[in-house]
Design a protein around this ligand. Sequence first.
Ligand code: GRF
Length: 201
Amino acid sequence: ARLVVLVSGGGTNLQALLDASAADPAGFGATVVAVGADRPGIAGLARAERAGVPTFVCRVGDFDSRDAWDAALAEAVAAYEPDIIVSAGFMKILGKHFLARFGGRVINTHPALLPCFPGAHGVRDALAYGVKVTGCTVHFVDDGVDTGPVIAQGVVEVRDEDDESRLHERIKEVERTLLVDVVRRIARHGHRLVGRRVLIP
Ligand code: GRF
């Protein structure tokens, strides 16, 4: 399967996908063919360049409207003919043009156990609420914010001494493994949707 990965930051989830593909291309069943970002100069883009993967940047500020940006992002991604698109720490909401083109093939990873704590501050919100377990969710993207069908989840215990960054680091360790595993399974076996339930043979 051809993967396009979208990033906005450090790109450690991207790195896990690049490493899995390099270590065992056939076993992983997927190759990162391009990495896109919503801003230049981020570590995620540097990781792609080090791996020899083409990159592109699509900035909201370069377009007249959010809608025009969304259409341009869809065009840029389409040029790489992906089978699966992974939003790995991409901090923008994908719009209607993007989803019309790629809907059902876009995977996001979120640092909380959805449907609890959606949005940009999943770790902070879980900590503030006082839950004792949280984790991460890999899910398909629909037109809501972190509302699409859940593919897999990983659990992380909250410790008394946690702050947002310590908790997030432990979540990210679980998240990277989970994301690689999901991409491998879907790339190799495909999936079925039964209502909201994602079933992978
Ligand atoms: C991940 O925890 C992701 O779920 C969240 O931001 C983090 C991105 O980490 N939205 P990285 O850029 O992959 O290191």
